[in-house]
Design a protein around this ligand. Structure first.
Ligand code: AMP
Length: 491
């Protein structure tokens, strides 16, 4: 498939047709294999337009939005340049927030699966410095973090930048908006002069231009002329439901739109609690995400949701902020938000990276002014669904049909990065002679600082837990437990 990108070298824009197969991008065989393994069939436009220049070592300014595939756009060239046998910092990624740092680190580790021994380290504020210094002493290849903490380690001499080849400023405009301008400048000044500097930003205010002028040489500029807005991948629908009918209408929607993962938004915690109680009671795979959850349970619910061992997640906006889930099949506004911008943000979680998603809103009736204001902001049509006696089998039948277990089960393991556990260790423990699982029984693997989550096909989940509890990983015993299963078994 060919797409169009506008690439400017210096000030002159050249509109180019961008090649869009990963094979044509001069990536190593290892990276091409991982990308294929992850199911990325074609590069996204930003990837197709930036990867060749980045592989040549050029400085670059890329216009990008979340969901455009920008992380892989810079992560793949970084990985291609890493010399794994040298345990020194070779690339640095600056992010505005801890959440984005974690997201970038996750993507880098995922794409780095074909590089055994690769060490990716997050250095973010709000966490003790000492373990971070110790990790740096042990030696790492890629460092990702927030500007303040990175600068701190750099100025104390814990982070040695002398072997650094590439620095990336991700969401550079947001970083400046959040007041990191001075830290960023100090950081860039402290890095070796001979290096590649890459800037990704959604907008290009003067402050970004100034950074580019001061710290980049002959930068390639890439803006993507998208034929339609990213929201074009989202089908927007509405269904009117009287207050007493909303639970029934929600079940009808969940049944009508096939989904592995559906996110349902409410405006209040109390509504979330009530819905989860109603739906879990009938045996559905459902859980909640609201401001009352502590960090541990929040991480756990999200890990289950990301790894498809939870079909329906019911959330408030507060809890959904910084929510690292994308490419969902279905987003439902059980209650429309009062601000139109929140609506756009909510529905933006579906249909990422070229997949069509569905966003349905329950309304008070035709001409609901909250939906009209929100739809005006997206500039797109919202189609109306009709529920009638002919197409609605009734709530009892719907609840029975929806009481399906999820595809996967999530196992929590009591060890993580600090125990040097890597995805390959868990995969090794579960498959082959030791575990007996097939490779395709194992889904998403997330290694956190002190614990890990691994998704396995639900029918083999219990035997996988037993196998992990019997065996050793990196010579040590860890406790493995299946999490969140009771919710859908409670019927
Ligand atoms: P990002 O814009 O970097 O936040 O990426 C958005 C999502 O798209 C992430 O979940 C990536 O894993 C996924 N992604 C990145 N590149 C591709 C691709 N070429 N094809 C399909 N999905 C992709």
């Amino acid at each position: 498939m060919l797409r169009w990108a506008c690439i400017c070298v210096g000030q002159s824009p050249i509109v180019l047709r961008v090649q869009s197969s990963f094979e044509s991008l001069s990536l190593s065989a290892a990276l091409t294999a991982v990308v294929a393994d992850l199911g990325y069939t074609d590069p996204t436009p930003i990837q197709a337009a930036t990867i060749p220049a980045l592989l040549k070592g050029r400085d670059l300014v890329g216009q990008s939005k979340t969901g455009s595939g920008k992380t892989a756009a810079f992560a793949l060239p970084i990985l291609q340049g890493i010399e794994v046998q040298r345990r020194v910092v070779q690339a640095l990624v600056l992010c505005p927030t801890r959440e984005l740092s974690a997201q970038v680190a996750r993507e880098l580790r995922k794409l780095g699966r074909g590089h055994p021994g690769l060490a990716v380290l997050e250095l973010v504020g709000g966490q003790p410095s000492r373990p971070q210094r110790e990790a740096l002493e042990r030696g790492v290849h890629v460092v990702i973090g927030t500007p303040g903490r990175l600068l701190d380690h750099l100025e104390r001499g814990a982070l040695d930048p002398s072997s650094l080849r590439t620095v990336v400023l991700d969401e550079a405009d947001r970083m400046l908006d959040m007041g990191f301008g001075e830290d960023v400048t100090r950081l860039l000044r402290a890095l070796p002069e001979k290096r590649q500097t890459v800037l990704f930003s959604a907008t290009f205010p003067d402050s970004i231009e100034a950074i580019s002028r001061s710290f980049q040489r002959d930068a390639v500029r890439v803006t993507i002329e998208e034929p339609e807005e990213a929201l074009g991948e989202i089908r927007q629908l509405q269904l009117s439901a009287a207050p007493g009918e909303k639970l029934h209408a929600l079940c009808w929607l969940l049944d009508r739109f096939p989904h592995e993962s559906a996110l349902v938004f409410c405006n209040f915690k109390a509504t979330v609690a009530q819905l989860v109680e109603d739906l879990a009671g009938s045996g559905m795979s459902v859980d909640r995400l609201d401001g009352d959850l502590d960090q541990f349970h929040r991480d756990q619910v999200l890990a289950r949701f990301r790894s498809q061992s939870l079909r329906v997640l019911i959330a408030t906006d507060v809890a959904g902020r910084g929510l690292d889930v994308q490419g969902l099949d279905l987003v439902i506004n059980f209650e429309l938000p009062p601000q139109p911008e929140v609506y756009v943000h909510r529905i933006g979680r579906t249909g990422r990276a070229g997949r069509q998603g569905v966003a349905v809103s329950l309304t008070r009736g035709p001409g609901d002014e909250r939906l009209e204001a929100a739809a005006a902001l997206t500039g797109m049509e919202v189609d109306t669904l009709t529920r009638s006696a002919e197409n609605d089998p009734g709530i009892e039948t719907l609840l029975r049909t929806l009481a399906r277990p999820p595809r996967m089960g999530t196992i929590l393991i009591s060890g993580g990065r600090k125990d040097r556990i890597r995805p390959g260790d868990l995969l090794g423990a579960l498959t082959g002679e030791a575990g007996g699982l097939r490779g395709d029984d194992v889904g998403k693997i997330e290694i956190q600082q002190k614990l890990s989550y691994v998704a396995v096909a639900l029918p083999v989940a219990r035997s996988a837990v037993e196998c992990l509890n019997r065996g050793r990983i990196k010579g040590k015993r860890f406790r493995a437990t299946l999490v969140g299963v009771s919710a859908w078994r409670s019927s």
